[in-house]
Design a protein around this ligand. Sequence first.
Ligand SMILES: Cc1cc2nc3c(=O)[nH]c(=O)nc-3n(C[C@H](O)[C@H](O)[C@H](O)COP(=O)(O)OP(=O)(O)OC[C@H]3O[C@@H](n4cnc5c(N)ncnc54)[C@H](O)[C@@H]3O)c2cc1C
Length: 265
Amino acid sequence: MYAFKYQRAESVGAASAALSADGSAKVLSGGMTLLPSMKHRLTAPSALIDVARLPEMTGVRQEGDHWWVGAATKHQDVAAHAGLQKAMPGLVMLAGLIGDPQVRARGTLGGSLANNDPSADYPSAALALQAQIITDRRTIEADDFFLGMFATALHSDEVITGVRFRTPQRCAYGKFKHPASGYAMAGVFVAQYALAGAANGGWRVAVTGVANGVFRWHEAEQALAQGAQPPALQRDDVIDDVHAPAAYRTHLALQMLAQARQSLT
Ligand SMILES: Cc1cc2nc3c(=O)[nH]c(=O)nc-3n(C[C@H](O)[C@H](O)[C@H](O)COP(=O)(O)OP(=O)(O)OC[C@H]3O[C@@H](n4cnc5c(N)ncnc54)[C@H](O)[C@@H]3O)c2cc1C
């Protein structure tokens, strides 16, 4: 690993200032992805600005018809939250399925969204639950946030401080795990909102692990709105690699949609 500076931020403002002052500095949250990337020399930031212990970026609270989850909130704390379990059980289930206990004890919501791994779980929940990604300078709708594999609308010196998820009528997550990493070979998040008259009838279906980035499965949403059988997934960017051929991943998407629908509450 290259030499780098380490700075524990005292506030979001201090983190923003440190990042603006050094164009090669990076936010450090759980470190579950960033530190291995540095060890493999895939990235070499000059400084790490640690936001993992900032109280203003941590915790869960209800805000009207939304739930705010701090960006530095650990997966294990989302998985164990009683209020979220009642309001959006699919999100709680998703957090509990991430990696293993060690990863859930360190990895954070903000780190997962900022990294936007095409097989990460949280991006699908953010899309399906109409999340707003709140940063140190603006609010970004989830529909505008994910820009493809490991790419987001974030500026390099921008800090996600929290995420507001819109409370659905019901939601659930279906995940087929890679047996070694725990990442999604296919993950499908389904949420239903009261939206009479919309083409999707209030249904939102988001898929991870299957293509070059998380995406809304509009054909499945329309089928659910019409009470019809969801059609097979058709995309030209389905991942085809040593872990699974494209046809298998496409098949898994349909299976995970069925699994999520079965556990809708
Ligand atoms: C063995 C293993 C198994 C895993 N399995 C899964 C899985 O099954 N499903 C899954 O979804 N994920 C999985 N992960 C990923 C993990 O859950 C974390 O979500 C992920 O590593 C990123 O979160 P982090 O807090 O560790 O971020 P870090 O590693 O600290 O940072 C990741 C990136 O995000 C940036 N960043 C971090 N926080 C912020 C912020 N607040 N604002 C702006 N940028 C920020 C960093 O600069 C860096 O570029 C796994 C990881 C490991 C190591």
